[in-house]
Design a protein around this ligand. Sequence first.
Ligand SMILES: Cc1ncc(COP(=O)(O)O)c(C=O)c1O
Length: 387
Amino acid sequence: MRYDFDKIVDRRGTYSYKWGVGENELPMWVADMDFETAPEIVAALEKRVSNKIFGYTDIPDEWYEAYMGWWKKRHGVELKKEWLIYSSGVIPTISSTVRKLSAPAENVVILTPVYNMFYNCVLNNGRNIIESKLIYDDKSYSIDFEDLEKKLADEQTSLMIFCNPHNPVGRIWSREELNKVGELCLKHDVKLIVDEIHCDLTDPDKEYVPFVSLKKELVDNAIIAIAPTKTFNIAGLQTSAVVVTNKALRHKVWRQINTDEVGEPNAFAIDVVLAAFNEGEKWLDELRTYIYNNKCIVDQYIKENIKEISLVPSSATYLLWLDCGNVTANSKELMKHIRKETGLFLSAGTHYGPGGENFLRLNIACPKERLMDGLARLEKGIHSYKK
Ligand SMILES: Cc1ncc(COP(=O)(O)O)c(C=O)c1O
């Protein structure tokens, strides 16, 4: 290992959202990592800071080349420069796209349980959420295509938001599943927003299927949000991109992003993208191995010490989905109990909509020492819980 993922970094006093917790509390909830970002990125930031002037920033050719180069070498797809739009974040992109491509009171379909901010992007814009619940068979998740089609076929439905890999259940959707979702959206004249922010954080031997690699007519109906921010733990620097292959659709998305004024980079947003995509590969490969080992540790610990719960098998993200159905059907109450009794702060599955009632989400992107502390607290919290 060239990089030190065991290093314990004190994040208190940095206004960290995740670490705004009590003194003895351990936050393993919101999706950011307790690892220092790649030293190559830190060096680029230091270089930028040394200039000591932080004025307005342009989007250079190198920014496009960095995205195109990364998707080619890591994911085997060719992005064209003209397909890419700068955006300050995936959520700003989704929220802007909802505003542009649907009208108030129209429907936006999501597959639940899903990243809670999808709800905000829809509801805060005065659109209806239509939930299609994923099917869970005690081991894995799949899409209920019959239900999904019914919901897409509703004349009031204009958009669908889709997460690949899926937060919080950690599934990488197969090419066949992606094709089916894409075909159904096309058939019912529903535009598809695909959030691929977790796509680089797959298990070491797994690869996601980029939506842009599907057939042209499906891709032309999609708005694809990508970023280096989850991958490299730089979400606070607010930098992302949108891929839209269809020219007319691209103009609409670009227009709204630039009407909402989320289309301009901050003074660090370009430098970090160049450093991450041009120099961050080795760091990422070591990170993925480290996270995968953490996942194995959690699996074994739960099997040996917390037999009443189980880890839902996953292939991506550092967010583990714990099935606590034998303990409770009220994960919010369980989450509160664990926090009160042990200081371990997890996310309740109910946060992610229908289907989350029996689950807790555990963020394992932290040094092993911290992970073991979290697991001991989890064990104590589960064992002291009475329905
Ligand atoms: C699926 C998903 N999309 C988007 C985001 C946030 O993206 P951004 O910070 O670029 O708005 C997250 C963060 O957890 C996420 O899990």
